[in-house]
Design a binder for this molecule. Structure first.
Ligand SMILES: NC(=O)CCC(=O)C(=O)O
Length: 282
């Protein structure tokens, strides 16, 4: 499987309002801005729920079917116009009676090449801090997903999916070199777990791990942590955004994955005679 050096751009998008048209226009402007940067990224990433306010009551209002989605049309056109791979964060998706939190991925030709429906819904209740229940309106995805580019195999997840090591492990065993999760942690769990989980998933699997968050907006109903990040296979943070809107770039160097795996060969030392391989049959 091909793994060549490439450059990643994470758009920590701000100004996500109640107006979808404005959100799409702003996201498009930022994609064009990232692509026009002298760093010339090969792959651009948007955050979780980039076209709508984040909250279970908003999902039914903003949900779109993929076939008719104005968000999908915009993302496809932007990928084609910039001739760049694009991970379109996530959008509330409608499929019949069901709603999903769905990530869509586009080739530089503008083709929709992959989707990932958030498998683990964000249902938490930390008294006095945060209660959130995606399952009040969303259904969970039922598949693991990755896509191939000319430079790497890339595994997908969305935010809360990161807390379930099995998903990352399966992607890594399927040969993914880089795992990319659009996400929107919050001000309670973000400081404790956002970086920890990314570095854990990276070092567990000796892969690159990247997340892309919305910018923090304290006037919004949900306060995102920000801190979009790229971590290398030794769990070193290569780049980290602050809280405001920002585009950060990272060079993904396959030599770092190779040296991590050569020096600490856990990928060949697993004991499937003692415990099961979670990727079996996937
Ligand atoms: N959007 C999400 O899934 C948020 C996940 C989160 O904040 C967490 O602590 O987990």
């Amino acid at each position: 499987m091909v793994f060549k050096p490439f450059r990643l751009a994470l758009i920590q998008l701000g100004n996500i309002t109640a107006n979808k048209t404005d959100n799409l226009k702003h996201a498009r402007d930022m994609i064009l801005k990232a692509a026009a940067n002298s760093k010339k990224p090969d792959l651009i990433v948007l955050p979780e729920c980039f076209n709508s306010p984040y909250g279970h009551k908003h999902f039914p209002v903003y949900a779109e079917t993929i076939a008719e989605s104005e968000s999908v049309k915009m993302l496809s056109a932007a990928a084609k116009e910039t001739n760049t791979w694009l991970i379109g964060g996530s959008i509330p998706e409608r499929d019949g009676e069901q709603l999903y939190n769905t990530c869509t991925v586009y080739s530089p030709q503008g083709d929709l090449v992959a989707t990932h429906r958030k498998v683990h819904l964000f249902d938490i209740d930390i008294p006095g801090k945060i209660t959130f229940k995606e399952s009040e309106t969303l259904s969970p995805g039922t598949t693991t997903n990755y896509f191939d580019t000319e430079f790497a195999r890339i595994g997908l997840g969305i935010c809360y999916d990161i807390r379930f090591p099995e998903l990352s492990m399966i992607s890594a065993r399927q040969g993914c070199h880089v795992l990319i999760y659009p996400g929107a942690f919050n001000l309670t769990t973000g400081p404790l777990h956002w970086e920890l989980l990314q570095r854990s998933r990276a070092v567990d699997n000796q892969v690159f791990f990247a997340t892309c968050s919305p910018a923090r907006d304290l006037t919004a109903g949900y306060h995102a942590w920000g801190h979009s990040m790229v971590v290398d296979p030794m769990a070193k943070v290569l780049v980290e955004a602050a809280e405001a809107e920002e585009i950060v770039f990272a060079d993904i160097d396959p030599a770092l994955l190779e040296s991590a795996r050569a020096g600490i060969p856990v990928t060949t030392q697993r004991r499937f005679d003692v415990y099961p391989d979670v990727s079996e049959g996937k």
